[in-house]
Design a binder for this molecule. Structure first.
Ligand code: ZN
Length: 707
């Protein structure tokens, strides 16, 4: 067997990779969407890359977004309800909850930091100061006076989250819009917010002028246009990214309802140069296009002051860098806020460069030699490095418009990242939002019903790269399944034993197929090979199937098509099991044929365990351990095409010397969750095939009745 089959067609991987997962706000724990839609896919990629390019060449970071008005507002409400800690205590508690939830899902961040807490905070403050100084020196920042909401009853300015209204961006139906952004990620000017209400007093706040620093995002339009063109031909970047970026590159437009046409015509010659586009078909509004965002701004002010109702379309606007709230990274050297004290940095821009701060923190604190380079620029600026940023589709504007423009403006070699945006995971077919009507379960709550490996497999096979998909865990499903004929009462899905839990679709593969294959190999080796590897080598069609699956898997993982990678592994596992069933049955009483069947099963198991490692790390590492191999050797793709016998040779043994463990009876590599085990099953385990009758030890897992 060649060691490196198909070399010519194989995708290329970077020398070094940074993987990031969008940062959760520090005002709550994690809901399932954070883990399923962002952290699990990022973890898959980080683990795959560690196996593929070496663990010293991968850094996976994320962290709690500690600053900003959502956190201040969350803290204010808690304090009102009697919470006695400081805002730092509040953030730390939420950060710790998040970190522990991620750990229970085996999310393997090299550092899950917090932007405002040790150890990352001092790095982050320094990186922030350096970036601001650099942007200012390059003439990329300008002061602008805008208006901020002021609650006249409470006598204070309101931060972004303390004002709630409806989103003014055309086509957006969000009623969770704050001072200058909505919960779907649209940015707008505060005066555009529809029906604002102060969360402090419930009154309508007024707008007062404030001064802030802004980044000249519109001047980077051509750089962004070039980038999106390149992304459109890059198989690793998804259409949801490029189509969203294109929307933001549109010209500055105002949409006005036809009923205001006369009023508009009267004002038209007071407006900056513009082009009117008449309503298309039966559309109820016409549009007016301007030459620049500030010309549109002027026009908007004139129109609004004459009570013309309008909406603006997406376009590039100056990106706010500072805010006048206290709870933020100091905007060192930029300016004083009104009434003294430094301005702070708005939480969005600083969260865009927080992963750089986190990587610096990781490298600085790592023991010497842990990573292939201790210099952060080798990870963020080098030609042979790549940054994979896993985000939700709501954040494409920030990570794929604002961030690339900032990187271009800094002009210090930060390359453009590979954004990996997922569509939403819906909950019970609706958009899940922790403040919405259908409150989704927290990440922790789900673990009362499922194992983390079951959930990882389910989420990773949802194809969120292509469309929004609904997550419908049966134990939480309160919809009506059917009406009971006897009692006439409605039976809920969660109480109906006939309904199959869609979340468990993939776990049948783990608990039945994969688990069974691993047990068959290990029980078989103990029974028939005296605890060694089989003597035979695998059939050539088996070796070829394993090689093909490995190469297919590699291509899917490289293309970030995680659900397809899962299918490749799943199909190989099903094929392996079928073949084992047939061959072990046929080998009854024939030692040589049995050894050959076992050799085939071992070949499949070796490949399947390698491929499934990024999905279900714990179970795969257990298989590796029981097979008697060092995980570093077994899971390294340097040896991806080596059989167990060849791996033993790499480890300095002859295949005949290598020992595999004897498994205790009824051993499970992938256990079911205790809640899924039928009552009365022994040992709290109920997976099929694990309830082997006494005296028929291993019968199910080797050859039936072989003796
Ligand atoms: Zn919106």
């Amino acid at each position: 067997m060649p060691t490196e089959p198909g070399t010519a067609q194989r995708p290329t991987f970077p020398r070094r990779a940074v993987v990031t997962a969008g940062m959760p706000y520090g005002n709550k724990g994690l809901h399932f969407g954070h883990v399923g839609g962002v952290f699990a896919p990022a973890d898959f990629m980080a683990r795959f890359l560690r196996d593929r390019i070496g663990r010293d060449n991968v850094i996976f970071v994320s962290g709690t977004d500690c600053y900003g008005s959502p956190i201040m507002e969350g803290y204010r409400k808690q304090a009102e309800a009697g919470y006695e800690g400081t805002i730092t205590d509040y953030v730390r508690e939420n950060h710790e909850r998040q970190a522990s939830a991620l750990a229970s899902y085996q999310i393997s961040c090299d550092l899950f930091a917090a932007s405002g807490l040790e150890p990352a905070a001092p790095y982050h403050d320094k990186v922030t100061a350096r970036i601001l100084a650099r942007l200012r020196e390059r003439g990329e920042l300008a002061k602008r006076t805008t208006k901020q909401f002021y609650d006249t009853q409470a006598g204070q300015f309101l931060n972004g989250r303390q004002v709630v209204g409806r989103c003014p961006v055309r086509g957006c139906k969000s009623d969770k819009a704050y001072a200058d952004e909505c919960d779907l990620g649209h940015s707008f000017e505060p005066e555009e917010l529809i029906a604002p209400v102060s969360q402090l007093s419930g009154t309508r706040p007024e707008l007062r002028p404030v001064e802030n620093w802004y980044f000249d995002l519109p001047s980077h339009a051509s750089g962004l246009a070039g980038l999106v063109e390149r992304w459109e031909t890059d198989g690793q970047v998804r259409p949801v990214v490029t189509s969203t970026v294109r929307e933001w590159l549109a010209e500055p437009v105002i949409y006005i309802q036809n009923t205001f046409r006369a009023a508009f015509d009267e004002l038209a010659d007071q407006l900056p140069a513009h082009t009117v586009t008449e309503p298309q078909g039966k559309a109820s509004s016409f549009s007016v296009t301007f030459e620049s965002w500030d010309a549109r701004d002027q026009a908007r002010e004139t129109l609004v002051s004459h009570e013309v109702r309008l909406r603006t379309g997406k376009t590039l606007l100056p990106f706010r860098i500072t805010g006048n709230i206290d709870w933020g990274v100091p905007a060192a050297g930029l300016a004083e806020k009104d009434g003294g004290g430094p301005l702070t940095v708005w939480c969005w821009p600083e969260s865009l460069w927080a992963p750089i701060s986190f990587v610096q923190t990781v490298l600085d604190r790592a023991p010497e030699g842990r990573y292939s380079s201790p210099e952060w620029r080798d990870w963020w600026c080098a030609d042979d490095a790549q940054v994979f940023q896993f985000i939700g589709q709501d954040n494409v504007y920030f990570y794929c418009v604002a961030q690339p423009a900032l990187w271009e403006a800094l002009d210090e070699g930060l390359f453009q990242d590979t954004p990996v945006a997922n569509h939403h995971i819906l909950y019970m077919k609706k958009k899940a939002s922790s403040s919405g009507d259908v409150a989704p379960p927290s990440a922790e709550e789900l673990l009362d019903h499922y194992t983390s490996e079951q959930l990882r497999c389910h989420w990773l096979s949802l194809a969120l790269d292509q469309k929004a998909v609904s997550f419908q865990p049966k134990p939480f499903d309160a919809s009506v399944s059917h009406r009971d004929k006897k009692t006439g009462e409605d039976v809920l899905v969660r109480d109906d034993p006939r309904v199959v839990d869609p979340v468990l679709k993939e776990s049948a593969f783990l608990t039945n197929i994969f688990n069974r294959l691993a047990r068959s190999c290990l029980y078989g080796a103990a029974n028939a090979c005296d605890g060694h590897l089989p003597r035979a080598t695998a059939a050539s069609d088996v070796t070829e199937a394993c090689e093909r699956a490995t190469l297919d898997f590699e291509r899917c993982a490289h293309g970030l098509s995680i659900h397809k990678a899962f299918s490749v592994a799943e199909n190989l596992g099903r094929e392996a099991n079928k073949r084992w069933d047939a061959e072990s049955k046929a080998a009854r009483g024939d030692d040589e044929a049995y050894d050959a069947a076992l050799a085939n099963a071992f070949a499949y198991l070796r490949t399947l365990t390698l491929l499934m490692h990024p999905f279900v790390p714990r179970g795969c590492e257990l298989v590796c351990e029981r097979l008697g191999f060092d995980a570093g050797l077994f899971f390294s793709w340097d040896h991806a095409f080596k059989t167990c016998a060849q791996l033993a040779e790499v480890a300095g043994e002859t295949p005949r010397e290598h020992r595999v463990d004897e498994l205790p009876p009824r051993f499970d590599f992938f256990e079911k969750h205790p809640s899924q085990v039928k009552k009365g099953a022994k040992n709290g385990k109920g997976s099929k095939g694990s309830q082997v009758k006494k005296g028929a030890k291993h019968a199910n897992d080797t050859t039936e009745g072989r003796s």
